[in-house]
Design a protein around this ligand. Structure first.
Ligand code: ADP
Length: 255
């Protein structure tokens, strides 16, 4: 963040960014639920150039047994970037950053999971970044929440993530990699949109109080939009399942 020498103008005289977006515009988002057969729940997200898979296993018996809790399920999370996910090969071994992100992503999802229904069990969340272009922790949260819902795990509500930040003195929504690297600040946020509970708030760089308020407002507003997209993605999957079941019933009835 701000550590590298400036190489490109990030906002032009028309107020447009390198990828043509306005300062308060989200990158295009595509969500798909139920993309892996073996997992109990799964989802895929494309958020700009980010491509991320999330898989959920559980609730299942805790292993090793000594990690089990008597009153609720243990939620575990692994965030991992594939070696081919960035321009320069990333070592496949988990880095300090990936350990940190696994922890903050877990903590941002836990408030939504009704883990008290499953004592002595585990719920495992895997987030695999196939292509990274900044904002992967937020996109990871958005897709993992869908994978949890797809696994049928009781949740208070969905969680959606989006960052805002500052580039060339302007507060902007949803930084891409070049903006993140050359910009002055990055503020990732995750939100449970219905109850208005913020489950992730981090800041890299510096913002004035006014800039912080503006960035926070932008990010939470974007989380609300993403929440609506998550609802649509879930509905789409279950409409498809219902249509297939109805077709099967018709075939059986005819036979
Ligand atoms: P986030 O992806 O949540 O914004 P960071 O701010 O730590 O997390 O990272 C910003 C971006 O920097 C990542 O999305 C990725 O594009 C890039 N990046 C992170 N780690 C590496 C790495 N080891 N090698 C190359 N690029 C990386």
């Amino acid at each position: 963040m701000g550590g590298q020498k400036k190489t490109a103008q990030l906002v032009d005289s028309n107020g447009l960014r390198v990828d043509g977006r306005r300062i308060d515009e989200l990158r295009p988002i595509k969500l798909e639920v139920g993309v892996l057969d073996k997992a109990d729940g799964s989802a895929y997200i494309e958020h700009g150039k980010n491509k991320i898979l999330a898989a959920v296993y559980g609730p299942r018996e805790a292993h090793p047994k000594h990690i089990a809790l008597a009153d609720r399920a243990v939620v575990r999370c692994r965030y991992h970037m594939a070696p081919f996910s960035t321009e320069e090969r990333k070592s496949p071994a988990p880095s300090r950053r990936e350990h940190e992100l696994s922890k903050v992503i877990r903590e941002s999802l836990e408030p939504s999971i009704m883990s008290e229904y499953f004592p002595r069990a585990t719920i495992d969340i895997f987030i695999e970044v196939l292509q990274a272009d900044a904002g992967t922790r937020c996109a990871g949260i958005t897709s993992a929440a869908l994978a949890l819902a797809d696994a049928g795990i009781p949740m208070k509500e969905l969680v959606a993530g989006c960052a805002a930040g500052k580039i060339e003195g302007k507060v902007v929504l949803d930084l891409s990699d070049i903006e993140d690297k050359q910009g002055e600040a990055d503020l990732p946020v995750a939100l449970m949109a219905r109850s208005n509970v913020v489950t992730l708030l981090q800041m890299d760089g510096s913002l004035t109080a006014d800039e912080f308020n503006q960035a926070f407002e932008m990010a939470t507003e974007a989380c609300r939009k993403i929440y609506e997209m998550q609802r649509e993605a879930l509905k789409t999957k279950y409409h498809i399942v219902r249509d297939v079941e109805m077709k099967d019933e018709m075939v059986e009835a005819k036979a």
